[in-house]
Design a protein around this ligand. Structure first.
Ligand code: 1HN
Length: 352
């Protein structure tokens, strides 16, 4: 019988009902129709729940100092305020793949030695002279230092100075936990023995020579502390040389000096100088990125929304959102993302 204006909607309705009862039937067998899910499973462009967000350091500092009155570093194991992306509340994530937090260690405190499968970085915000010990090297830290704790490396922190120290922690926890491949271990002794001097790994591996016999393949950098004192002047030299990217400013990448690759396999970081009155060109990439203003002040426009930042503010640009940096004063931005992991999988993209 040829379809008429009346029979078509009715036939359609019957078909929908038949499909739904079929879906209910296969559901009991733990099966589902791919054709109903394809759009979500294979989006045409990155889809994210992560939203642009900024944490003001003056507010965050007051809040974390309050935690200092409530719990010791030892009791907490790590006294960290988790920075939760407002689009991902309750998941301990700043982006879908990364954890970020602000850690406080007070004078005289120790955060005991442990190790875990997740890799961590610290970017030092406030204080002077607390240390982190990683794989036998005690790194005494200053603001702007970029400190690595590669996966499974034993690490403990201590503050032998007279001032509180606050730093940003970024870990690849959501990525590692996605694989359900996480291990952790605590040590009997609260602090690890440190046979190496402060700065040994940077001097041994970051000086254009390598210890004779050093391996030529290493998945993570052997440098523990990329100090601001060593890295910041390089940005000034890049600027003087006119080597200023129109999107990113005068920027260096924290590299594994053995391979030239990223410092860690899962997280990649940069430090960039935005000259005074910098007005960047728009940029987007598939790696959601965490930024810290290390110096200066400015703003980042993300999909039309403006995040204004000052020293030590932390902010997030979600994956594939177009952004532009502007800087009223000369400014320095630290940034970190999951780009190395995406590159290893061959999926990383960028667009200017
Ligand atoms: C951790 O081990 C540290 O060692 C910081 O300082 C933050 C967040 C989650 C899990 C382990 C640290 C952490 C962490």
């Amino acid at each position: 019988m040829p379809a008429t204006a009346q029979t078509v909607p009715e036939a359609n309705h019957n078909l929908q009902a038949a499909r739904q009862s079929y879906y209910d039937k296969i559901s009991a067998f733990h099966m589902a129709p791919l054709w109903e899910r394809l759009k979500d499973l294979v989006p045409r462009e990155p889809v994210t729940k992560c939203i642009p967000a900024l944490w003001r350091f003056d507010e965050a500092k007051a809040l974390i100092l309050e935690a200092g009155d409530l719990i010791t570093a030892k009791e907490a194991e790590r006294r960290v305020l988790v920075l939760e992306n407002p689009g991902l509340r309750g998941q301990s994530r700043v982006t879908n793949s990364l954890f970020a937090g602000l850690q406080l260690i007070l004078p005289g405190e120790i955060a005991p030695a442990h190790r875990h499968t997740a890799s961590a970085i610290r970017f030092v915000l406030d204080g002077e002279g607390a240390y982190t010990a990683v794989e036998g090297e005690k790194a005494v830290m200053s603001p702007g230092d970029f400190v690595l704790t590669p996966n499974w490396a034993p690490h403990d922190h201590g503050n032998a100075s007279t001032k509180p120290m606050i730093w940003l922690d970024v870990l690849d926890l959501p990525t590692i936990n996605f694989y359900e491949a996480a291990f952790a271990e605590h040590f009997e002794s609260e602090t690890q023995p440190t046979g190496r001097q402060d700065g040994d790994s940077l001097h041994f591996y970051g000086s254009g020579v390598l210890p004779d016999g050093a391996p030529v393949q290493l998945k993570r950098s052997p440098v523990i502390n990329y100090t601001y004192a060593r890295t910041r002047p390089i940005l000034a030299r890049l600027k003087s040389a006119g080597d200023i990217d129109r999107r990113h400013g005068a920027r260096v990448r924290y590299a594994n000096p053995v391979t030239g690759g990223w410092a860690l396999p899962t997280m990649g970081a940069h430090l960039s100088l935005l000259p005074q009155n910098f007005k960047g060109e728009g940029y987007r990439s598939s790696d959601g990125t965490i930024f810290v203003c290390a110096e200066g002040e400015g703003a980042t426009i993300i999909d039309g929304a403006t995040l204004e930042w000052r020293q030590n503010d932390v902010f997030v640009v979600p994956p594939w959102k177009r952004y532009t940096h502007i800087a009223a004063k000369e400014s320095v931005l630290f940034s970190i993302s999951d780009r190395p992991a995406q590159e290893a999988l061959g999926i990383w993209r960028e667009e200017s």
